[in-house]
Ligand binder design. Structure first.
Ligand code: C5P
Length: 302
């Protein structure tokens, strides 16, 4: 029986993020459209002879103790399935942290899926998603991937038609990492829900229709409909991000926006050539830039 498994776990961007309510549990009700992108961490899992959970990461800035989401995912599996033993988790980090790209959630999703496979637990995707939702709001999406509408805290998913070959320029300012907790708290404490400018019921439906329309005109339609409520909380505090978004919009792109709680800004490009031109125009020694395509899943064999 196999004792190790290597998985690739994809980052996500938000094509749409609307905050529709403050919840009594401190969370927010959301309507999001999430998209997996081809920017992946590699997560290697190996069965251990003991009950220990060991986490290591190529990025020394990531704490590998019990606070690590990958550790928490393994601990959750151990408590749900006492028959499984210890596991060594090695994360090769490519997805930037504090970026709004769900890198930590992607790692946790890979651990859930990997442990299910290593120990032949035979869980369905929906069972894995139920476990994932206990760990974090974005983790069920990171299990499923592709293109999805997410509601509730973000954990209630409805699949949307695959967005194949959407071309994106993804930009992360090296020195700006944003705490998701801070972004949502700022949104709430500044009373931004009460001043919600968009008529989102209609906007999110338009985005879903644009995705479903498919074909060559879909990226342009999607680009015009990009929306993220958290920009109103985050951008006033980070003028550098406003500058970056403006710089992207000055290029010949189909739309640009912050992903999740930031600090990643992304642009949709008409094709790969254009994407590389945009990337060159915005890349500096302080801004990491990737040209990536959309993915139709989120977890792959490495
Ligand atoms: O669910 P997760 O632990 O990933 O969320 C991180 C933080 O993001 C939460 O502690 C909360 O501050 C904020 N959040 C929120 N509403 C959501 C999802 C996340 O306020 N729907």
């Amino acid at each position: 029986m196999t004792s190790r498994i290597s998985l690739k776990a994809a980052a996500k961007i938000n094509l749409y993020l609307e905050i529709t309510g403050n919840r009594p549990d401190g969370y927010h009700d959301l309507v999001m459209i999430l998209q997996s992108i081809d920017l992946c961490d590699r997560v290697d899992l190996r069965k251990l002879g003991t009950d220990e959970i060991q986490v290591s990461c190529t990025n020394p800035e990531l704490p590998c103790d019990r606070s690590n989401l990958a550790y928490k995912a393994a601990a959750l599996m151990q408590s749900a399935f006492p028959e499984i033993g210890g596991v060594e988790i090695a994360i090769d980090k490519q997805i930037p942290m504090g970026a709004g790209l769900a890198g930590g959630s992607a790692n946790a999703a890979a651990v859930l899926v990997g442990i299910d496979r290593l120990w032949n637990l035979g869980l369905t995707q929906s069972q894995i998603c139920d476990l994932a939702a206990q760990l974090g709001s974005d983790i069920p999406f990171c299990v499923v991937g592709g293109t999805a509408l997410a509601t509730g805290r973000g954990e209630i998913l409805s699949p949307l038609p695959d967005l194949k070959d959407l071309v994106l320029v993804v930009c992360k300012p090296r020195h700006i990492s944003i705490s998701t907790v801070w972004a949502y708290q700022t949104f709430r404490s500044h009373g931004l829900l009460a001043h919600n400018p968009a008529k989102h019921q209609a906007l999110s439906s338009q985005m879903v229709a644009a995705i479903a329309s498919g074909g060559e005109s879909a990226p342009a339609k999607i680009g015009r409909l990009l929306y993220n409520d958290l920009e109103r909380a985050v951008l006033p505090e980070y003028p550098e991000l406003v500058d970056l978004e403006n710089k992207l919009l000055e290029q010949e792109c189909l739309g640009a926006m912050m992903s999740g709680s930031g600090s990643t800004m992304f642009a949709i490009a008409a094709d790969l050539d254009r994407a590389h031109q945009i990337a060159e125009a915005v890349r500096t020694e302080d801004i990491d830039v990737w040209v990536v395509k959309s993915l139709v899943r989120s977890i792959f064999d490495a």
